[in-house]
Ligand binder design. Structure first.
Ligand SMILES: Nc1ncnc2c1ncn2[C@@H]1O[C@H](COP(=O)(O)OP(=O)(O)OP(=O)(O)O)[C@@H](O)[C@H]1O
Ligand SMILES: C[C@@](O)(CCOP(=O)(O)O)CC(=O)O
Length: 200
C-alpha cells in the first residue's frame, strides 16, 4: 500500500443517506477521541479534489454541507463511477494515504465495493456503522429527493445485503449521540491503547 504509515487498530466504516448526519456524527467521534488518536477519511475527498480541478470548481464548497455541491452531485457521481470502474479501490486507497492514527473513521462509504475494500485490507479491524435519520429530519437539514441521485447506487448501494455492526439513530427524539456512541468510543479507546502498547 502506497504511503501507508502504519496499520490501523480499528477502522469504522460509516454509511448513511444524504443528510443523515455522517459528517456530524464522525466529527463528534473525532472530537471525543482527539485527532492524535482518530482521523476521518472521506472517500469523496480525493474524488472532489480531482473533480474540482478538472471543472474549475470551489473545492471548499464542494467539501462543505451547503447547497453548492448538490448542483454538481449527479455529474460527480457519474465522473466518480467511471473512475471506479477502472479501479474500484481507487478512492479508498487515496483517502487512506498518509493516515497514521490508530483509529480510522471512514465517513462516507456508499457502495458495497467501498466496504469490501476495507474488509479485505483490514479484516480484523473493520467494523461497519450505519447512520439513520428519517426523511422528515433529512428534509429539515436541506434534503429533497432528486431522481438519478437518491435512487442510484451512490445512495442505495448499502441499503440491503449488509448487516451493520452498529446502527446510530441521528434523530432529536432518539437517545443522545453520546449515549449511542459510548460502546463504539469504548472500542476505539481500547484499540488505541492496545496500539500504543504494541508501538512501545
Ligand atoms: N444531531 C445533529 N444535531 C444538529 N445538527 C445536525 C445533526 N446531525 C446533522 N446535523 C446537521 O445537518 C446537516 C447535514 O449533516 P451532515 O453534513 O453531517 O450529513 P451528511 O450525511 O454528511 O450529508 P451529505 O453527505 O448529504 O452532505 C449539517 O448542517 C449538520 O450540521
Ligand atoms: C460524488 C460523491 O462522492 C459525492 C459525495 O458527497 P458528500 O459525501 O455527500 O458530501 C458521491 C459518490 O461517490 O457517489
Amino acid at each position: 500500500m502506497e504511503d501507508r504509515v502504519s496499520e490501523p487498530s480499528l477502522v469504522l466504516v460509516f454509511s448513511g443517506k444524504r443528510k443523515s448526519g455522517k459528517d456530524y456524527v464522525t466529527e463528534l467521534i473525532q472530537k471525543r477521541l482527539g485527532s492524535d488518536v482518530c482521523c476521518i477519511l472521506r472517500l469523496s475527498g480525493p474524488l472532489k479534489e480531482q473533480y474540482a480541478q478538472e471543472h474549475g470548481l470551489d473545492l471548499d464548497q464542494l467539501m462543505g454541507p451547503g447547497p453548492y455541491k448538490e448542483q454538481y452531485r449527479a455529474d460527480m457521481i457519474r465522473w466518480g463511477e467511471s473512475r471506479r470502474r477502472q479501479d474500484p479501490g481507487l478512492f479508498c486507497r487515496l483517502a487512506s494515504r498518509g493516515a497514521h492514527q490508530p483509529v480510522w473513521v471512514v465517513s462516507d462509504a456508499r457502495r458495497l465495493s467501498d466496504l469490501q475494500w476495507f474488509q479485505a485490507e483490514f479484516p480484523q479491524q473493520t467494523q461497519s456503522v450505519r447512520v439513520q435519520s428519517s426523511e422528515n429530519t433529512r428534509s429539515q437539514r436541506g434534503w429533497s429527493f432528486t431522481a438519478g441521485v437518491d435512487d442510484a447506487e451512490s445512495e442505495c448501494g448499502l441499503d440491503s445485503g449488509v448487516e451493520f455492526d452498529w446502527n446510530v439513530i441521528n434523530e432529536a427524539d432518539a437517545p443522545s449521540l453520546d449515549e449511542q456512541l459510548r460502546p463504539i468510543l469504548q472500542l476505539a479507546e481500547e484499540a488505541a491503547s492496545s496500539s500504543s502498547v504494541n508501538r512501545n
